[in-house]
Write a protein that binds this ligand. Structure first.
Ligand SMILES: [Zn+2]
Ligand SMILES: [Zn+2]
Length: 474
């Protein structure tokens, strides 16, 4: 009985760990490494295991940094089942298809150039057909219902409060009469996230495999974030312009719509035309509104009092490109939510192009903007941005609201850990080294826990609790 750390050990993305029980191999997640050319190359590297010999996958949630290499695993010969929570299974359908499509489009674009240069043509990491074959292997299970994954291996999903369907997974393993319980946190959400329930308390585990994205950092207070949003909307109304919101299709878009509905009266939302201009976000919304039994108390109450979600009579969905272009005619009074979340492509670009040079318009940044992205230039108040080869003046007011992160901060993570009645040893993953080190300090100081930072290739014997291979730092 062994656990080997492979991906998201010493970094954030590419979540993937290998559990060995007897002669069976199970992957915990199989995510894409994200962030530039080097990451793209690493995604193409061979796995440190034979894909044919993996018997099953336990997937924590649908985000691409956890699920994005599943189609590659299938392409390379994996033929078992992929287990995840029901809503995650539905969201995977959107996210994996999109990931395949983006990969294919990128390769097509580069191949057009390479053809002209007489260079060898590239292949996408995986195709839409690989994604379709992967989706057929996904099996959804409800929260809190133990599921036998393989003989001697049981998985139970608990709500992680991160995105719809996100799970902390309790894996109970029997081998030769010995039992061990491994708790895989997946990604943990903030407490009081709109719509979603709080991360569920879990009372016992022998080992905890835990994320550490925001180790050493604290988010802005929830109430403050909400009043900040309300104030920005009021200010924008007074200036008579539009509000452009770049947002991720899954999670953030739905949270915003939910908040607009919840504060409809208080924020005078009725004066606006609200557009959800993203076919992918429209699809994801359908799934979000389809799972009311997963909502927190507040969202459940709100849901009961309205005909449909979100309660926004002035919300318009833009599926076709023409509907999207029509919004450009509006010089004021429109709130436009579009992707991509970091303004690296997609419909948000033409909305920025038409709005950002006018002083009375507003850009509302509600998600993380990576170094090098166009969204980051907006956050940094650069005087110009470049869209489709054109320099465009940034005269619009840019507001950054930082408190809506899908990840819990250091206190949230420690609060979740405090629910264990024993003080299980912790293995930190899904965090840059610095954040992991900070969080290691926090857990050892607050709880006296034994906390280990992981490296790729590190192997833990789950019977003895000993590290049998330290692995190699990135
Ligand atoms: Zn996630
Ligand atoms: Zn993640």
């Amino acid at each position: 009985m062994q656990l080997e750390f492979f991906g998201a050990a010493g970094e954030v993305t590419g979540s993937c760990h290998i559990l060995s029980v007897g002669d069976k191999r199970i992957l915990l997640d199989c995510g894409l490494i994200q962030g530039g050319k080097k990451a793209a190359r690493r995604n193409r590297d061979p796995f440190p295991f034979d894909a044919h010999k993996i018997d099953a996958v336990i997937l924590s949630h649908a985000h691409i940094d956890h699920s994005g290499r599943l189609p590659l695993l299938v392409k390379r010969g994996f033929d078992g089942s992929i287990w995840t929570q029901n809503a995650s299974a539905d969201l995977c359908e959107i996210l994996l298809k999109d990931s395949a499509r983006l990969g294919e489009q990128d390769v097509d674009r580069r191949n057009r150039k390479r053809k002209r240069q007489g260079k060898k043509l590239l292949e996408p990491l995986y195709t839409s057909a690989d994604a379709d074959r992967t989706l057929k292997k996904i099996r959804g299970i409800p929260y809190r219902k133990p599921q036998e994954i393989l003989p001697g291996v049981r998985a139970t999903y608990y709500d992680a409060g991160h995105i719809l369907g996100s799970g902390c997974v309790k894996v109970e393993i029997d081998e030769n009469g010995q039992t061990r319980t491994l708790l895989f946190s997946g990604d943990l959400g903030q407490y009081d996230t709109p719509i979603l329930r709080d991360p569920e308390p879990i009372s016992h585990a022998d080992y905890v495999l835990m994320e550490s994205t925001y180790g050493g950092r604290l988010h802005r207070d929830r109430d403050q974030t909400i009043s900040e949003l309300g104030e920005i909307i009021q200010t924008a109304r007074q200036s008579g312009g539009n509000i452009i919101i770049p947002a991720f299709a899954v999670g953030r878009s739905q949270e915003l719509l939910y908040l607009f509905g919840k504060y409809y009266q208080q924020w005078d939302m009725g004066h606006w035309k609200i557009f959800l201009d993203s076919p992918m976000a429209i699809e994801a919304s359908k799934i979000y509104w389809d799972y009311p039994h997963l909502y927190d108390e507040e969202a459940t109450k709100l849901r009961k009092g309205v005909k449909e979600m979100p309660p926004l009579p002035n919300l318009q969905f833009c599926k076709s490109p023409q509907e999207s272009r029509n919004i450009n005619k509006l010089k004021g009074g429109a709130i436009i939510i579009a992707g991509s979340g970091m303004c690296t492509g997609g419909r948000i670009l033409h909305h920025l192009k038409h709005n950002v040079w006018r002083g009375r318009n507003h850009v509302l940044i509600v998600g993380y903007q990576a170094q090098g992205s166009l969204g980051r230039r907006l956050v940094e108040r650069k005087p110009y941005i470049r869209i489709h080869g054109e320099n465009i003046k940034v005269a619009a007011q840019v507001h950054t609201v930082g408190g809506l992160s899908a990840h819990g901060d250091e206190n949230d993570m420690a609060r979740w850990y405090s629910s264990f009645k024993n003080t299980p040893p912790v293995y930190l993953v899904h965090g840059e080294k610095r954040s992991a080190r900070e969080f290691q300090k926090k857990l050892s100081t607050d709880f006296g826990s034994e906390v280990t930072l992981t490296d790729p290739g590190m192997k833990l014997d789950l019977i003895s609790g000993k590290i049998i291979d330290p692995g190699v730092p990135l």
